[in-house]
Design a binder for this molecule. Structure first.
Ligand code: B16
Ligand code: MG
Length: 220
């Protein structure tokens, strides 16, 4: 049976992908680099510096001569853009169905973990008034490798004290589904079935998430 559920943040609990997009777009424009919504898809679930490196790889020299200090400065600039954009996020930006799912998990006694790559995750949960709902919030800077490596999901399971095969991971990004599968967990994908094809169960929108339905697919 399901003994824990571990959630991604951006794209699952709230739609911050649009703010990440705008913040990167501002930086990319300043640097004269191409960047559009399609390219932004590749950055979902990917940490800040790795995202920057993907954007820089679009420059004529592939960004190979950019120093580590310069990368840090640009990444900081993107984050400053992002923090301004998320300043006014509140409970109204919680994605549909999430609160109901949390209520059902609470009623069923199933603990909830957060496995977000975002260093802004705790701030966002505070603004969404959700911090107390989580039994565990993994600090992404505490794990060696970002998604698609399984580290952050494994850390969440360990902190919850639940073996991975009793855990369900919920993700909107391809890299995130890979991380869940590599952790040996049941993967629920939210979004495009073609992109998330390796998930064990896929819904197109958060409003379709229900504990009952996930349960009926769990390692079926
Ligand atoms: P930050 P998730 C990820 O969050 C985002 O999907 C990704 O686009 C972002 O670059 C990453 O967090 C790092 O975020 O710059 O705020 O530390 O989907 O894993 O919740
Ligand atoms: Mg995500």
């Amino acid at each position: 049976e399901i003994r824990a559920m571990i959630f991604d943040l951006d794209g699952v609990i709230t739609d911050t992908a649009k703010y990440h997009y705008e913040a990167w777009k501002l930086l990319a424009d300043e640097l004269g680099l191409p960047f559009d919504r399609e390219f932004n898809e590749q950055l979902k679930g990917i940490d800040r510096i790795a995202s920057l490196e993907k954007i820089l790889s679009q420059s004529p020299d592939g960004g190979q001569f950019v120093t580590r200090e310069q990368k840090q400065e640009w990444a900081d600039r993107k984050n400053a853009n992002y923090q301004l954009l998320i300043e006014r996020v509140d409970e109204s930006e919680l994605l549909p169905g999430i609160m109901d799912l949390f209520e059902d998990l609470l009623a069923a006694g199933i603990p909830i973990g957060l496995a977000s790559a975002s260093r802004n995750a705790r701030t966002l949960l505070q603004q969404l008034k959700l911090v107390s709902r989580f039994d565990v919030i993994v600090d992404p800077s505490s794990v060696a490798q970002g998604k698609p490596a399984p580290d952050i999901f494994l850390k969440a399971a360990e902190e919850l004290g639940v073996a991975p095969h009793y855990c369900v991971g919920v993700e909107d990004a391809e890299a995130g589904i890979q991380a869940i599968k590599r952790a040996g967990m049941f993967a629920v994908g939210v979004g495009d079935a073609d992109i998330l094809s390796t998930a064990d169960y896929i819904v197109s929108e958060t409003r379709q998430l229900s504990l009952e339905r996930i349960n009926s697919h769990f390692f079926k």
